[in-house]
Design a protein around this ligand. Sequence first.
Ligand SMILES: [Zn+2]
Length: 213
Amino acid sequence: MFEQIDAGGDRNFSYLIADENIRAAAVVDPGYDTSKLEARVRALGLRVDYVLNTHTHHDHVAGNTVFHKGGAKLAAYRGARVKPDIDLDHGSVLQVGQQRIEVLFTPGHYLDSICLLVNGEHLITGDTLFVGCIGGSGFQGSSTEKQFHSLFQVILKLPDDVKVYPGHDYGPTPSSTVGHERTHNPFLRRTDFKDFVWLKAHWDEYKVEHGIP
Ligand SMILES: [Zn+2]
């Protein structure tokens, strides 16, 4: 079971990954509003084994404490400021019953950004990749070079049919696929770093010019 759940904030998304046979679950990026995520966990009678953060910007970790209790373990990138119980690295795997969650280290938007590949099928991209757009890299702890590398050398190495589930509902649709983003996302069509940087600097004008809301 894999669900995308509204988490308040700035159109934030949380995710619920569960194996209903054994009633075990992982929650990803509990945000400012955890009511819908809590309601789903309760309605399905799930036990939360893992609380996962795609990165440690406040809107993605604000609701951690709601689920990080009892036997639940907090898992985030190695050394992340949330002080995870489980330090994740590129290639780490967490198992929730039959659900296999593989970690891809994708720094750039933030220094501890990771993506989560669930059963090789659903990719939770945090703020690294949005539908039709990408996350900003102008924060302290950001790196445009690293984000470029993460997008082209990590995410775009995945098969086209992998579904993309972003950290915010900023695009024309709440989810997408690697193939669709590869072809349609203006940033992923800038395979030259200079062009990529140019688009970041001129994104507002580009949007107006191309009628992107
Ligand atoms: Zn962020």
